[in-house]
Write a protein that binds this ligand. Structure first.
Ligand SMILES: [Zn+2]
Length: 213
């Protein structure tokens, strides 16, 4: 008499532990610290939708077994933050989740959820990032020819631009125009003493101006 072996159907009830063990095994087998849903589908035993539902989201599922979030390669943090700054600048105040689906946003809420789990976490991370102090790169000992002795690069970083805009209340320093009052106004951050004339890219030498069209 031959032995029968029970093969559970793909959607049969599975314990949380079984699911987690399989995740770990697949990650180990592939020697990776993160898994996309696609990758797991190819190598894992269970349905990715069921797995995600068990813990809320795919990334949370990964987190329960100590894996890093998957599916984060669409946008870098810098790109996600740039989009927040662009909306913030446009509105003159903190964007809401709904603003992500309208102009000038170019990124929907999904990549933010994937990366930060929620929109409010995304905003918190953005503000934390923007409030950090700027690290200044000192290029003093470059070539002999470079006698400009510049301490900073020409283009202000996202962090610096946000800090300048916030300090100036998202309002043009010369004429007082602001996108909050007039949606056609575009703001940008400009050097007070021009960079080409020795002005550094530091908060004291930067101001918010409207674009003269
Ligand atoms: Zn102006």
């Amino acid at each position: 008499m031959s032995n029968f072996e029970y093969t559970p159907p793909k959607n049969a009830p599975v314990s949380t532990e079984e699911m987690q063990n399989d995740l770990k095994q697949v990650a180990e087998k592939l020697n990776t610290d993160t898994l996309t849903q696609k990758l797991y589908s190819e190598h894992g035993k269970y349905d990715v939708t069921n797995l995600s539902r068990r813990f809320g989201t795919w990334n949370r599922t990964l987190a329960t077994v100590g894996l890093k979030p998957g599916n984060i390669n669409n946008y870098s943090d810098e790109e996600l933050f740039e989009n927040i700054l662009s909306i913030w600048q446009h509105k003159g105040k903190q964007p809401t989740r709904r603003d992500l689906s309208i102009n000038p946003s170019t990124i929907s809420h999904r990549p933010y959820n994937r990366r930060f789990n929620s929109w409010s976490h995304a905003l918190q991370s953005f503000i934390e990032y923007a409030n950090q102090n700027e690290v200044q790169v000192n290029n003093n000992n470059s070539s002999e020819q470079n006698k400009t002795e510049k301490q900073t690069s020409r283009d202000p970083s996202l962090r610096l631009r946000f800090q300048v805009l916030k300090r100036d209340n998202f309002t043009c320093c010369q004429c007082g125009a602001s996108p909050a009052k007039d949606p056609n106004v575009e703001l940008h951050v400009d050097h007070i003493q021009p960079w080409s004339k020795g002005g550094e890219t530091v908060i004291e030498n930067l101001q918010t101006l409207c674009l003269q069209l």
